[in-house]
Design a protein around this ligand. Structure first.
Ligand code: HEC
Length: 133
């Protein structure tokens, strides 16, 4: 057996490096694909903005949006779980959003056209805020 076959040639090293590089690139691609898949909470945050909730409830959900400051009751601050007037559990939140608040002074509109999967994502976002304070 000659030495030549055992010691990798320059080309051999290059090919090996290329394989390692490809493997590395593959993992990089995987991590990117997973990172780009937004969680329900992140998707819910996007929808919260897309449906205009921030107008009243504020950019971060603190109840300080420009549209709701002169109203009584004021828009709910989603960080304060105790501040919910109509229940802070999943079902209550869903019905508040879907049907609106039908009480005399309330300006909370109904959002009956939001599809169920998007509704769940919005609720996930609001509930994630509850646990932040
Ligand atoms: C026009 C202003 C306005 C917009 C837009 C709005 N809200 Fe509200 N929302 C309010 C006000 C004011 C209240 C408090 C009403 C009350 O308690 O009677 C409220 C209450 C709520 C509640 C019930 C909280 C509780 O006190 O139990 C939830 C949940 C809620 N809003 C979610 C949303 C979501 C999600 C969106 C967007 C899809 C949204 N709101 C859009 C004004 C608004």
């Amino acid at each position: 057996m000659s030495y030549k076959n055992v010691i990798p040639t320059k080309v051999g090293i290059l090919i090996m490096n290329k394989q390692i590089f490809l493997l590395f690139y593959f993992f990089l691609l995987c991590s990117k694909v997973f990172a780009d898949t937004p969680s329900d909470i992140e998707k819910g945050k996007e929808l919260y903005h897309a449906y205009g909730c921030a107008l009243c409830h504020g950019m971060e959900g603190r109840g300080d949006g420009i549209g709701g400051q002169r109203f009584d009751p004021p828009p709910t601050n989603f960080y304060n779980r105790m501040g919910y007037l109509h229940g802070s559990d999943t079902d209550s939140i869903r019905s508040s959003i879907q049907y609106g608040i039908k009480e005399a002074n309330s300006i909370m509109p109904s959002f009956e056209h939001i599809p169920p999967d998007e509704m769940s994502q919005i609720i996930s976002y609001l509930k994630s805020l509850q646990s932040k304070e």
